[in-house]
Design a binder for this molecule. Structure first.
Ligand SMILES: [Zn+2]
Length: 293
């Protein structure tokens, strides 16, 4: 893509991020490689919904400003972008935004790492949460660094989401997938249960990546335990079940165990709030009657 085409692509992606409510005010930032030692990036302090091509700034891979309109500075999150390019030579573009549903998961501390949607398993694998770091500081770049090695999408604790791609639209589409996945995960959890793809099915899906031209991903960690997660593999919750494609969610180690476990378990009795209230009222009346006798 020419310099002009890249600038226009950033403007268009910024407009889509803003139109879809993935950013508010001046949130978010977008960058792409412009050459071996050059990045093209959104400037600081502009709404991503109202950018023009000439607003973009050019920096080197150390973040030094090389070109831009007078007074324009690179995005305040440039350090996080630089880490992504440094750790991942295959990455050509980075998109950061605060989409409300995925950011909600990031605030709740719930990673999007359960194997529930075939497309997500194929394109992104798992979406972990990088620990909180103060936005725009080296601290945030440092918390992100270990995850970008094996992930194209990640949540930033109490902040937002980050997507890496081979090119600008590749990174933007991954941001869409992260938010869509968060939306579906939230609905499934509100409905009270999630069926997981089996580990065998996840491996089958990941083997299909080549056929769809998706770059070879980081492998799945053999023993998913986030406490000692290996940064070179992906933690995916997908219980092994040879011969089965879908398995009931029996994971207790996942973050969703924060949800009431009675929901969706076998043999439970489900009551509406009104039914429960009626039962309690009845019990209170019975106790009162017993006491009177
Ligand atoms: Zn941000």
């Amino acid at each position: 893509m020419s310099d002009t085409a890249l600038r226009l692509a950033i403007v268009e992606i910024g407009r889509r991020l803003w139109m879809r409510g993935f950013v508010a005010s001046n949130d978010g930032n977008i960058s792409t490689r412009l050459g071996p030692d050059r990045l093209l990036m959104t400037p600081a302090s502009v709404s991503k919904g109202f950018m023009t091509p000439e607003m973009m700034v050019v920096t080197d891979l150390d973040g030094r400003l090389v070109a831009g309109e007078p007074g324009r500075k690179p995005s305040s999150e440039i350090l996080m972008h630089l880490v992504a390019y440094r750790e991942r030579p295959d990455v050509g573009a980075v998109v950061h935004a605060h989409p409300p549903l995925s950011t909600g998961f990031a605030v709740a501390g719930i990673a999007l790492d359960r194997a529930v949607l075939a497309e997500v398993v194929t394109t992104l694998g798992s979406i972990p949460i990088a620990a909180y770091g103060t936005p725009s500081t080296r601290e945030l770049a440092d918390t992100v660094a270990p995850y970008v090695k094996a992930h194209d999408g990640l949540l930033l604790a109490n902040h937002g989401a980050l997507a890496l791609g081979k090119d600008l639209f590749g990174a933007y589409y991954k941001m869409e997938t992260i938010e869509h996945f968060a939306q579906i995960s939230l609905v499934a959890r509100q409905l009270g249960r999630e069926h997981l793809l089996s580990r065998e099915e996840v491996e089958r899906l990941q083997a299909l990546r080549g056929r769809y031209g998706i770059a070879a991903p980081a492998p799945i960690c053999p023993d998913p335990s986030p406490a000692d997660a290996d940064p070179s593999c992906q933690v995916v919750y997908a219980p092994s079940a040879p011969g089965e494609r879908l398995v009931p969610d029996t994971s207790v180690a996942s973050a969703s165990s924060d949800l009431p476990r009675s929901i969706g378990t076998e043999g439970e009795i489900r009551l509406t709030y009104a039914q429960l209230t009626a039962l309690i009222d009845e019990a209170v009346r019975e106790i009162a009657a017993t006491l009177k006798r």
